[in-house]
Design a protein around this ligand. Sequence first.
Ligand code: F6P
Length: 366
Amino acid sequence: MIRRIAISTGGGDAPGLNAVIRAVVLSATNRGWECFGIRDGFNGILCPERYPEGGLIPITRDKVRGIGHLGGTILGTTNKGDPLQFPTIQADGSVVLRDRSGEVLVYFQKENLDALISVGGDGSLAIAHALHKKGLRVVGVPKTIDNDLDKTFTTFGFDTAVSFATDCIDRLHTTAESHHRVLVMEVMGRYAGWIGLHSGIAGAAHCILIPEIPFDIDKVADMVRRRDQQGRMYSIVVVAEGAAPAEGGRQVIEPAGHGRLERLGGVGDAVARALQERTGKEARVVVLGHLLRGGSPTSFDRLAALRFGAAAVRALDEGLSGVMVSLSHPNVVYVALEEVAGRMKSVPLDSDTLQTARDIGICLGD
Ligand code: F6P
């Protein structure tokens, strides 16, 4: 019997989080349940001193009115608060990672919370799986602009990021053509090339470099020269942040540490420099970065997020736990969290989307 549930949003934010929260709260309160939000992932529970107004806040219908179209998350989020490896500063200033997941379970008992809806990417879903194995009733909701979560057709946030990136490529075409330049646009996506591939094709980029296909910069330079010879004096290159040359590694801004993943970035700049050197053409770089995570969710993402939130509440109502809601087009279904935790979805090399890029003559750097 469920009476009180909590919801948390963890990892990097993605457009659609507020729509999930809205759907969860409305679906739950319509069943007579009370809803609470945990602030900043699990920090609201594990670092109560940071929240004078409380790390656990009641979320009523009033609180979710008019938030469905807003980016970000009204609960806050963090990618530095994994309860299984929680960064703790020692007296000497050093940081150690401690397993504090037991405290989350105790907190749920103390607050009479019957279940958790955990909205997040691979990290948050792995945490949800671990908490489920320890006895917490948990349902996961997949979120990420990167679209790199396995066992779901897509995640909300991805469509918004792709739409924005496509719009940016459209804008780059005119200025690149006017100045006869090479314009390199770097996009996020971590170790997967979904955002780069989808926006690059939709925006008619001339070259798309993704982590799944190690690139040869000389092939990209050949493409730029070929276009020049054909009288098309500009080129647009979309580079996913995780893309790497066949000879060499990924560009990292900050190595992994203190319980957080490495920060990728810089490959766009490296590609632009190498192309300028090889072709003699002026090459510039634009890094979209966090712009891809902001803004209002597209109607596709809004609907997906609302469907996911409502389905998560239905899952709890049906007595399920340890599952993630997932889009198995056209339906929302449930998959076991253990099938998702720790698995990444890359762009399949035999996908028709990739083949489309090749068929219409986009250079993939190989
Ligand atoms: O996972 C979403 C994402 O935006 C990735 O595309 C990117 O590599 C990462 O998060 C950036 O995270 P942060 O904002 O912590 O640097």
